[in-house]
Design a protein around this ligand. Structure first.
Ligand code: LLP
Length: 463
């Protein structure tokens, strides 16, 4: 029943010649993202969850092309900041499906800065179907102070977490959500205060794998119980407000939640020998654990749609016999792709130049030896490495390497440390030569200093 695209695109499946030529055309380092692969990933997931509403967690890759592509496929957009809401609204408006009302756009407010709340409440005036998800009681007060009485969802802390690394487990971390035990009271109170209570939400963590399915089941079961309790409380609250005749019966507050959002976190394989997530099993476990609920199931994956649709291309600039390894220097670093430095994350790496040679060389050329090598960036930190002692064809200066599964949390976490401009990004949409488009230009040194008041060419004035 699943869309028939393979569940994982390995780095080896990419066309080496085509990728290498991108560096010739657009320079290095360079992010490349295949939009058709994003669509395939969406359709496969949507086929496994036919009754669910699917939101895309914008934080994984907020490029406008990605947001528009997924919105056109039918995804809503889940945002982590006012900046993301701004991009989501723009993408929804540009999308064929249209989205001027803010419907299908959620803002998940985590310790929201005042500036974010101001901006989003302002945007809500023009996009009245926006949904705001709050993770603390006082965020509700802060919304009320700003005159907001629109669609409200409560993020709960279920006390169960999962994920690929401690730093991305959220389900029990103090900063996320209202403890689930208090959720019914908080929502009943919000409904009494006139908010349009539409959902409950939680997210246990990111990069959840098939062997964490039991945690997933326990978590979703809790969400099902919660949704049923909240529905009862909302019905009670509705009859109270109606009998007091203090407000008109709004269609939105029809005595039940619209959705129960169990978050994202769908893991993807990064290692070559890892199996892809068994989506059918996850979907079945989710349905079973949730049980009968008078509310729609919502999921909000990020990584799943974009991870294997993206590669980071980088050129070798230094090759050196270090004390115990071959040290290979490349022009991308932890400022370009932070995941290995931050989470010790594994990313597949392929030497495109060596692979192309191997296909085209005369048989007389003995080819390259495979040797253990440590591939590192230009940043002055020892953590700035993409791999240590990994067996790869011996790198040479000017080789082009591809780092796989870089479509999720790649460019998004890039930064300008060491005054290093961020790389360019291209999108690929189809097979022909005209299918490649520059999606984001490479930053310049001037981009790095543009916001400084005493830069050579400042674009802002001192306060
Ligand atoms: N919903 C919420 C509320 C989230 O906080 C997140 C991710 C998602 C959905 C999407 O999770 P996904 O489906 O992409 O796993 N930088 C880390 C990942 C951090 C994820 C943060 N929240 C990494 O590179 O592994």
């Amino acid at each position: 029943t699943l869309a028939d695209s393979p569940a994982i695109r390995r780095l080896a499946d990419w066309d080496a010649t085509r990728l290498e030529s991108l560096v010739g055309d657009y320079g290095s380092p360079l992010y490349a993202l295949d939009l058709e692969r994003v669509r395939e990933n969406y359709r496969r997931l949507a086929a496994a969850f036919p009754d669910a509403e699917i939101m895309y967690a914008v934080k994984a890759n907020a490029l406008g092309d990605v947001l528009e592509t997924l919105h056109e496929e039918g995804a809503g957009l889940e945002c982590a900041s006012a900046g993301e809401v701004k991009r989501a609204l723009a993408a929804a408006e540009a999308s064929d499906r249209g989205g001027g009302s803010g419907a299908d756009i959620h803002y998940t407010a985590v310790n929201p800065p005042a500036r974010d709340l101001d901006w989003v409440v302002d945007a809500w005036e023009d996009h009245p179907e926006l949904t705001i998800t709050v993770g603390a009681e006082d965020t509700i007060d802060r919304l009320e102070e700003r005159g907001y009485d629109g669609r409200l969802c409560l993020r709960v802390n279920p006390g169960i977490d999962a994920g690929h690394h401690e730093k991305v487990k959220t389900g029990a971390a103090a900063k996320f959500g209202v403890p689930i035990e208090r959720a019914v009271d908080v929502l009943a109170d919000a409904a009494d205060r006139g908010f349009d209570v539409v959902g409950v939400h939680a997210h246990v963590g990111s990069g959840v794998s098939s062997d964490q399915l039991d945690d997933h089941r326990a978590f979703v079961a809790r969400m099902g119980d919660l949704a049923r309790e909240v529905n009862e409380a909302l019905r009670a609250s509705e009859s109270r407000t109606e009998s007091e005749a203090t407000r008109e019966t709004s269609e939105a507050l029809d005595g039940s939640l619209e959705f129960v959002d169990v978050g994202g976190g769908f893991g993807v394989p990064y290692r070559e020998d890892e199996a892809p997530l068994d989506l059918e099993a996850v979907a079945e476990a989710t349905r079973e654990a949730l049980g009968e609920v008078d509310a729609r199931l919502t999921i909000e994956p990020g990584r799943y749609f974009v991870a294997d649709a993206g590669v980071l291309l980088t050129e070798v600039n230094t090759v050196k016999e270090a004390r115990d390894t071959l040290a290979v220097g490349v022009d991308a670093g932890m400022t370009t792709l932070l995941r290995p430095a931050m989470y010790d994350a594994y990313h597949p790496i392929r030497n495109l130049t060596a692979d192309i040679e191997a296909e085209t060389d005369e048989p007389s050329d003995s080819g390259r030896e495979t040797v253990p090598q440590t591939i590192a960036g230009p940043i002055c930190e020892s953590g700035d490495v993409f791999c240590s002692d990994r067996e790869l064809p011996a790198s040479r200066r000017a080789d082009v390497l591809a780092i796989g599964n870089a479509g999720a949390y790649g460019y998004e976490m890039a930064n300008q440390y060491n005054s290093r401009p961020r790389p360019a990004s291209v999108v690929i949409d189809g097979d022909g030569n005209d299918a490649v488009r520059l999606a984001r230009r490479r930053e310049t040194f001037d981009d790095v200093t543009r916001v400084e008041t005493n830069a050579a060419d400042p674009t802002i004035e001192s306060p």
